[in-house]
Design a protein around this ligand. Structure first.
Ligand SMILES: [Zn+2]
Length: 248
């Protein structure tokens, strides 16, 4: 079967347009995907900084605890000296009690220091591998981002080629045919010329519009199969064509 050249060319034009549409859609999505990558990279970098800050915090509180320990030790020494100068029994007992209390306080601080040292050592131990994991993730994300940027360049080039191709096809089509095509496309249809598809309906074989799935009346499907151009689907208004491979 042979279509009128204009019609076949329009179908070809539509194929190019669909590819351009697909590329445009992807080109719109890519910057968002790249931004998402950048956000994730920034979050990972923040995590790295936070790990270093946490280490500094732990070291600082340990230093503070140690100075607290020294201050309490000094206090204990002062109490001990004062004890030697006390003559009164009650005051002596009171000071002994105070010294005991102070020793207890110092023991508690020592326990705390031990715990803090352990926790610091443990943290220092796993810090390198934690940081390494995050750095690897950053590296992966950066590669992903690079791939997306490269893809964008490839798609732009592909689009340029398609636009040239489109121009060549367009130049061969009659303006009146082209207008019919453009008018439907402006309605927002991606596919303006669609194939009819054979199905087994309740009353045997029949053809449906591949875009809206509605049944094509026999006389219309015959026209389409004969290759008559610009026969429209009564339901959605698209132009129909017949793909011979369907009948294999
Ligand atoms: Zn239809």
């Amino acid at each position: 079967m042979h279509y009128d050249t204009n019609y076949s060319l329009l179908i070809e034009l539509q194929k190019v347009d669909s590819r351009i549409d697909g590329i445009d859609k992807k080109l719109k999505e890519l910057p968002l995907e790249i931004q998402q990558c950048e956000r994730e990279i920034n979050e990972l970098r923040t995590k790295l900084t936070e790990l270093d800050e946490l280490l500094k915090e732990k070291e600082l509180s340990l230093r503070e605890k140690n100075s607290e320990y020294r201050a309490e030790e000094e206090k204990l020494e002062v109490y001990k000296k004062q004890l030697l100068q006390i003559k009164n029994n009650d005051e002596y007992r009171a000071m002994l009690q105070q010294i005991d209390n102070q020793k207890e306080k110092i023991r508690k601080i020592e326990d705390e220091i031990l715990k803090m040292e352990e926790s610091l050592e443990e943290f220092k131990g796993k810090l390198p591998s934690l940081k390494e994991e995050i750095k690897e993730e950053i590296h992966k994300k950066e590669l992903e981002k690079q791939k997306l940027s490269e893809m964008s360049e490839v798609l732009e080039k592909e689009k340029d080629t398609l636009i040239t191709e489109r121009g060549e096809i367009e130049g061969k089509i009659k303006v009146s045919s082209l207008r019919k095509y453009e008018r439907l496309r402006k309605k927002g249809y991606n596919e303006v010329i669609v194939p009819i598809v054979k199905i087994m309906g309740s009353e045997g074989e029949e053809y449906v519009c591949s875009a809206c799935n509605s049944t094509i009346p026999l006389e219309i499907s015959l026209k389409v199969k004969r290759g008559e151009p610009f026969v429209r689907c009564e339901n959605c208004g698209r132009y129909l064509y017949y793909e011979e491979k369907e009948e294999e």
